[in-house]
Design a binder for this molecule. Structure first.
Ligand code: SAM
Length: 358
């Protein structure tokens, strides 16, 4: 395998989070997505060229995100077009893509769409759901009232069913649930969400409310620390620590009353917490983010991005694109979440979550 670049803290590149649109069909106040996309969205060919270039630099996992990626009409086409990168031998000097994952709110995940995504070659889906009753979902999703929240909840519950039936097996980690928890918004949903995930055999990933962007009104008081989330859930169902995988975002816990089966399948046996605020994990962060209009960010909280369109237009230039991305990665020094803990004053992160995709 060709030599892979390291950044200034010795970190390799491993995960690309590619946002397909900044638009969303929900209006979660902690995220504040846009109603309109930026004018200059990348084309499918440009996205394929970008993924191929990053795979050459070490990316093994691609996460498709947004905004809401299911709003993107050519999602399945993109996934299918990336399959040749998956079929490469792991020792191929051009690199090989091992996994393609999707993060979605699930509202548009009908049975047929789930089957199409599976057929196109998608490996994993993480669905976002912040409550288990209409009023909580409405509050967290920025909807008018409990009835609207309940309609979304029913769609997400159906999406879980459709994804499972299409072959995204939670016992193999191919279907998980994300929930952002804020102190005044949905802290009361911790136990109901954990109960739902356990019942459905899903790993629940609880995310601390992050200060991404400038318009979600982030206040430190609104962050429910991961340790508190674990303590509250552990009081109901005892937990034991499993740890955070190298380069992973989530600390994982195992429910003591649940065990993996003989084949190692463990749906619903784990709880995971993403503690970006209280226990940052910049030290081994291997993620690069690219927005729907082709701006690369080397950190979720980075102040500046690099517009990659000059290397994509009028035609993608693979050699120069690779060089630009490699230069960007080698110059990377971000460890923003750790610096936040050290800094006396909060520096707002200028790019919005809906551009960066989480
Ligand atoms: N629309 C898709 C979804 O809902 O999963 C994908 C994009 S969304 C930006 C990706 C993830 O980021 C979601 O799980 C969402 O809850 C999370 N997220 C958004 N804003 C956040 C914030 N301020 N703090 C923590 N997580 C956030």
């Amino acid at each position: 395998m060709a030599e892979r670049p390291l950044d200034l803290h010795g970190r390799p590149l491993g995960v690309l989070r590619l946002s397909l649109t900044a638009r969303c069909n929900l209006a979660c106040p902690y995220c504040c997505p846009d109603l309109e996309d930026p004018p200059d969205l990348l084309t499918l060919a440009e996205r394929v060229a970008l993924v191929e270039a990053t795979v050459g630099l070490g990316v093994h996992t691609l996460r498709l995100t947004g905004g809401e990626p299911l709003l993107h009409r050519r999602l399945e086409e993109l996934i299918a077009a990336l399959q040749p990168l998956r079929r490469r031998d792991p020792g191929d000097p051009r690199g090989a893509l091992r996994e393609i994952a999707l993060t979605s709110n699930g509202v548009l995940l009908g049975a047929e769409r789930a089957r199409q995504l599976k057929a196109a070659g998608l490996d994993r889906i993480t669905l976002s759901l912040d409550g288990t009753d209409g009023a909580s979902v409405a509050r967290m999703a920025g909807l008018g009232g409990a009835a609207a929240g309940d309609a979304v909840l029913q769609k997400v519950l159906a999406a879980i069913r459709h994804a499972r039936e299409a072959g995204f097996d939670p016992a193999r980690g191919a279907l998980k649930l994300n929930a952002v928890i804020t102190r005044s918004g949905n802290a009361d949903q911790l136990l109901p969400l954990a109960a739902l995930a356990r019942e459905q055999g899903l790993e629940l990933r609880l995310i601390e409310f992050m200060d991404v962007g400038n318009r979600n009104g982030w206040e430190p008081e609104q962050v429910l620390p991961a340790a508190e989330m674990v303590a509250r859930i552990g009081a109901a169902w005892p937990l034991e620590p499993v740890g955070r995988a190298p380069h992973g975002t989530a600390g994982r816990w195992r429910y003591r009353d649940r065990a993996a089966d003989a084949a190692g399948a463990d749906g619903g046996a784990h709880l995971a917490v993403v503690a970006s605020i209280t226990a940052p994990f910049c030290g081994d962060c291997n993620r690069l983010r690219i927005t729907a209009d082709g701006v690369a960010y080397s950190c979720l909280f980075a102040a500046d991005g690099t517009d990659l369109k000059p290397w994509l237009r009028p035609q993608p230039e693979p050699g120069r694109l690779r060089q630009a991305l490699e230069g960007l990665w080698r110059a990377r020094r971000d460890r923003w979440s750790e610096e936040r803990q050290e800094a006396a004053e909060r520096r707002p992160a200028p790019a919005e979550m809906a551009y960066l995709g989480g």
